[in-house]
Design a protein around this ligand. Structure first.
Ligand SMILES: [Zn+2]
Length: 419
């Protein structure tokens, strides 16, 4: 219904001749239209005060500094100066495509502030280009309000004192959710861990890598990126420990996650003509393996089970039955869409080729009753991919694209179920 109201309003406003359509901004169920002007140079600018109001934030004039003002949306703060093509954030000075201007006494900023800049600043803002709609999620209040010292130690090296950070962190998300906060929760699963080191590489020499370290580092980066976008995160592990495949799903279900993302590193089949040369990224969703290569990855990732010492009754469940059951489930279609968006996101930054969206019967995905995907972020057997995946800057970059894809998926899903 709000969609309809928005449409009617938009039609009414766009009907005025000579003025460009305003930007639609959705905040929860509320829709606002932000006036837009086309500058002489052809660029499009937005009325900054209306933008702030529409996003539930505010515009503050800097006292004593004529022409300076600050846009505050949740934790994101950006400062502008009239007549300059710059945006100053807490950490960066960002060039804008055109000057910030004042028209009839009102401040206008280039439209990229809404479409590019704000979505990167941790205010839970997403620009949906298909709909020309700017959206803001409800922020994760509980998680943001109490930044724990854990967050800081997590970004450090692996040689940190063992702490129970994961539990406190996760329980805060779950509590805020139970308290009725309208937040999204993504379960991030770092593949392997402890005695299960996963794959190792690369072939032909070079710094030795183990999958379990890369998956943990990228998963932590993904948590930071998601939380910056206003999304709650539950980690299946935050330390180098072994968690049974079936328990990973249980953790996800207990957290009432909206979706489950498992991070892994691929390994080339030694029988391939040039195994060291194989590289690139692929995203799987749960279904029966369709190709020989998908079956190979499925077998490799399901191998983790041999490290598990406790017997889980569910392990003997015929996998095929569960998959057939899942196939009737909405989650399958959702997972496939999520996989598609994630694959598209990685394509923007990954040096290797996209190997596409694939299907396989991963045990780790079977027990999570929510849309679930498994991402092979690169080939640890390839030198180039191995170097890429171990570089913290590029890990953060990759995580940001994954987070953007997830935000986009959640926005699409919310729209489908009616906000
Ligand atoms: Zn793996």
């Amino acid at each position: 219904m709000p969609g309809l109201v928005g449409l009617v309003l938009q039609v009414a406003v766009t009907a005025q001749p000579g003025s460009p359509p305003p930007l639609t901004v959705r905040l929860g169920e509320r829709l606002r239209l932000v006036p837009v002007i086309v500058e002489a140079h052809g660029g499009v600018s937005l009325r900054a005060d209306a933008l702030a109001e529409a996003l539930g934030g505010r515009l503050v004039t800097t006292p004593g500094r004529a022409g300076r003002f600050r846009l505050e949306v949740g934790p994101a703060v950006v400062e502008f100066e009239t007549g300059r093509a710059l945006a100053v954030t807490e950490t960066d000075t960002v060039p804008l495509p055109a000057d910030v201007v004042r028209r009839r006494g009102m401040p206008y900023v280039p439209v990229t502030v809404a479409t590019d800049l704000l979505p990167r600043l941790g205010a839970g803002v997403l620009y949906d280009a298909e709909r020309s709609e700017l959206r803001r999620f409800a922020p994760v209040i509980a998680s943001r309000a109490a930044p724990s010292p854990v967050r800081r130690t997590d970004s450090g090296s692996a040689a940190l004192p063992p702490a129970p950070p994961a539990r406190t962190d996760n329980s805060r998300v779950v509590e805020s959710r139970l308290a009725g906060a309208r937040t999204h929760v993504v379960v991030v699963d770092a593949g392997h861990g402890g005695p299960d080191r996963g794959m190792s590489g690369p072939l032909g020499g070079g710094p030795k890598i183990f999958e379990k370290h890369i998956t943990l580092a990228v998963s932590k980066a993904l948590r930071v990126a998601l939380e910056a976008r206003g999304i709650g995160v539950v980690m299946t592990r935050t330390t180098d420990t072994l968690i049974a495949l079936s328990d990973r799903g249980k953790i996800a279900n207990q957290a009432k996650g909206d979706l489950f993302v498992s991070i892994h590193v691929n390994a080339a089949n030694p029988r391939w003509a040039n195994p060291g040369g194989a590289r690139g990224f692929e995203t799987y969703f749960l279904a029966e393996a369709k190709t020989e290569d998908a079956r190979r990855v499925e077998a490799m990732e399901n191998e983790s089970i041999r490290f598990e010492t406790t017997v889980d009754a569910s392990r003997d469940d015929p996998l095929g039955f569960i998959i057939r059951d899942m196939a009737q489930n909405e989650h399958l279609r959702e997972s496939s869409r999520l996989a598609e968006l994630i694959q598209g996101g990685m394509r923007q930054v990954h040096p290797g080729p996209s190997r596409g969206v694939k299907q396989a019967g991963f045990r780790v995905l079977v027990t999570a009753f929510m849309p679930a995907v498994l991402v092979e972020i690169g080939f640890g057997t390839n030198r180039g991919d191995a170097a890429y995946m171990t570089d913290p800057t590029r890990q953060a970059q990759l995580a940001a694209r994954l987070a953007d894809a997830i935000v986009r998926y959640l926005a699409e899903y919310e729209r489908k179920v009616g906000g």
